[in-house]
Write a protein that binds this ligand. Structure first.
Ligand SMILES: [Ca+2]
Ligand SMILES: [Ca+2]
Ligand SMILES: [Ca+2]
Length: 248
């Protein structure tokens, strides 16, 4: 009985190692950036949608409400629901404070030294994360961030850091949106991940716009998840038998 239990535990531990829970995959993480700048000529609050890319409305993060410990409604930004609504549509700026709620309806702002965390609700293998940063001028259109992942919500692994570079406030007066696409040249970006986190710093003028976060991947196959559940159940059962033995 003891040997059987030992074999089971070895098998379960091997499965957990094979899962690589919350770990970055092998290979090199690659980041590509595409910047969409709206043409001049738009009148105040004319609609504008980036033409170089689209956000996904069917990714793993779509509709999720992120946990966030910063200010997501700076200058009347729409807040965290804008991060997962599948839309990037914005408007030309008014250039004053009166129309902020219309100006910034496409964004939830991010502020410095904060974390935005997306709970996927179960373990997933990740292929790609696309972050869309923007504002309707270049004064708050970009920020730096670390991309981290976790299986349990407490132990995080760093996948990569995106550094925005020198600020360009005042250089562009039309809507600016950047697609920051993070993948891995070997295929998988990370294995057995439940939580995806952006750790934000160096935002333009201390607050910048985040328009969308798209997370792509697939759920960890059932047999692996079932084995983890079985391990948990067997541990409970064995504990109960140990407690019951003296009274029998
Ligand atoms: Ca989306
Ligand atoms: Ca959006
Ligand atoms: Ca900028």
């Amino acid at each position: 009985m003891r040997i059987q239990w030992l074999n089971f535990r070895i098998a379960a531990a091997s499965a957990m190692i094979a899962l690589g829970a919350g770990l970055p995959a092998h290979g090199a993480v690659t980041t590509s950036v595409v910047k969409d700048v709206a043409p001049a000529g738009g009148a105040t609050h004319d609609p504008y949608s980036p033409v170089l890319f689209n956000a996904s409305s069917s990714d793993l993060a779509e509709g999720l409400i992120a946990g966030y410990d910063g200010d997501s409604t700076f200058e009347s930004s729409a807040g965290i629901t804008a991060w997962t609504d599948g839309a990037l549509a914005t408007v030309y700026p008014q250039g004053g404070s009166g129309g902020d709620d219309i100006d910034h309806a496409a964004y939830g702002s991010v502020t410095n030294d904060t974390n935005a965390t997306f709970d996927l609700g179960g373990l997933h293998d990740l292929d790609q994360v696309d972050v869309y940063a923007g504002w309707n001028d270049s004064g708050r259109d970009l920020f730096s961030f670390d991309l981290l992942v976790s299986a349990n919500g407490s132990d995080y692994s760093l996948l990569t850091s995106f550094l925005k570079g020198q600020d360009d406030t005042g250089a562009i007066t039309t809507p600016v949106t950047s697609q920051i696409s993070i993948t891995n040249n070997s295929g998988a970006l990370a294995s057995a991940v439940r939580y995806v986190r952006l750790s934000i710093y160096d935002a333009d003028n201390n607050a910048a716009g985040l328009a969308e976060v798209d997370v792509f991947g697939s759920a960890v196959p059932e047999p692996a998840a079932a084995l983890l559940l079985a391990l948990s159940g067997a541990t409970l059962s064995r504990g109960r038998r140990r407690q019951a033995a003296p009274r029998a």
